[in-house]
Design a protein around this ligand. Structure first.
Ligand SMILES: [Cu+2]
Length: 127
């Protein structure tokens, strides 16, 4: 006779195997992305906030861009070839990227949002 209980792993054993595998997968792919929040506002309503964001070389960033303004904005960072396209009022866009070269990169609003649109710019510093 087979002793079924001896060969069937319990739920608790399955959970613990799964969590060990998840931990291995996580450490193999490096650390979790760092979330950076960026608010999009026309210059007369406060401009990008924060206007300077930071990242570390080789570390993945999840950039969350929230348009908290009543008008459409856009996000464009040519130095790293990052673009979020148009972001309508109240919308959120996420860009995930890993910068490999230290330096300062300007980013811009890519949608004509106000008379001061040309001043809607910020900086990413990669250390
Ligand atoms: Cu804008």
């Amino acid at each position: 006779m087979h002793r079924k209980t001896a060969v069937t792993p319990s739920f608790a054993q399955l959970v613990s195997v799964t969590s060990v595998l998840a931990t291995i997968a996580c450490s193999a792919s490096g650390s979790q992305p760092t979330t950076v929040e960026l608010l999009a506002r026309a210059p007369e309503r406060g401009n990008w906030f924060p206007q300077t964001i930071e990242a570390k070389q080789g570390e993945t960033v999840n950039l969350v861009i929230r348009n908290v303004d009543p008008v459409t904005h856009g996000f464009y960072l040519p130095g790293l070839n990052l673009a979020a396209g148009e972001i309508k009022a109240g919308d959120v866009r996420e860009l995930t990227f890993t910068p490999h070269t230290a330096g300062e990169y300007s980013f811009y609003c890519s949608a004509w949002c106000s008379d001061f649109h040309m001043h809607m710019r910020g900086k990413l510093i990669v250390r």
